[in-house]
Design a protein around this ligand. Structure first.
Ligand code: NAD
Length: 257
């Protein structure tokens, strides 16, 4: 019960990393607020938690909308009395996101609105609630692409994750003496819907796999265990980090045959 008596808010909790983290958090004793735009799947996450004996509520929140983010925090405090952990995890990877010449402005704007402004709003409205709770832990999902460039471009996505990483670092410094920790999770390439939809052919998958020392995509659950550590008091001296969980991809120059 590593999160006993904690209340956690997870955006993008309908799928992938967010769902696995919601289920794990609940198993470890947290009451979980699942926020997403996919209502059916979000409600399903909350129902799965309740079926395993945990506490959960689903709230619809488009993280690119200020009012929705304000409301998801209010729902957490109204339903469970406080807020201790925030996992700003919702994000998109647009199928038309490409290089600087070909990427449309609309794709850039949508990606930035969800991936960057969404994390900003998640922090903006959660930080006062964390203060009311006497402190807390914020984990923002960035990506290994915040640290590595790729010749298979997605410039809007890559820029958005760089912004999440630097925003998280600065927030960590600002709030360090308020007992509020802020860390950026930097996942490697994962076998979730987000990436598998983008890598629609075997050739596209292989183009990436060759660069991963472990030779496989990561699993959402492998991120959830890292987020659990960052959310729990076990990481009480950890703030401002680029928390890489990437199968070794950022460590590699040449990978094994
Ligand atoms: P996913 O597509 O399985 O889950 C993303 C969730 O976010 C979905 O439930 C979706 O409905 C929700 N969402 C999308 N737009 C939203 C919005 N405007 N408001 C609220 N919710 C919204 O993807 P995932 O792989 O679990 O990705 C989670 C996070 O991890 C994202 O930020 C992603 O960029 C990041 N990430 C993923 C990978 C990867 O390889 N899959 C690698 C690095 C980082």
């Amino acid at each position: 019960m590593r999160l006993k008596d904690k209340v956690a808010l997870i955006t993008g909790g309908s799928s992938g990393i967010g769902r696995e983290t919601a289920l794990l958090f609940a198993k470890e004793g947290a009451a979980v607020v699942v926020a997403d735009v996919n209502d059916a799947a979000g409600q399903e996450t909350a129902d799965l938690i309740k079926a395993q004996g945990g506490q959960a509520v689903y709230v619809r929140a488009d993280v690119s909308k200020a009012a929705d983010c304000e409301n998801m925090v209010a729902v957490a405090e109204q339903t469970f009395g406080k807020l201790n952990v925030v996992f700003n995890n919702a994000g998109i990877m647009h199928s038309d996101d490409d290089n600087a010449v070909t990427t449309e402005e609309s794709v850039w704007d949508l990606t930035m609105n969800i991936n960057v402004k969404g994390v900003f709003f998640g922090c903006k409205y959660a930080i006062p609630a964390l203060r009311r709770a006497g402190g807390g832990s914020i984990i923002n999902t960035a990506s290994f692409v915040a640290l590595l460039g790729a010749a298979t471009p997605q410039v809007a996505y890559t820029a958005s994750k760089g912004a999440v990483l630097s925003m998280s670092r600065e927030l960590a410094v600002i709030h360090a003496r308020e007992n509020i920790r802020v860390n950026a999770l930097c996942p490697g390439p994962l076998r979730t819907e987000l990436l598998m939809k983008f890598l629609s052919t075997e050739e596209k998958k292989q183009r990436r796999l060759v660069h991963i020392p472990m030779g496989r995509f990561g699993e959402a659950k492998e991120m959830a265990y890292a987020v659990l550590y960052l959310a729990s008091d076990e990481s009480s001296y950890v703030t401002g980090t680029e928390f890489l969980v990437d199968g070794g991809i950022t460590a590699a120059y040449v990978t094994p045959e």
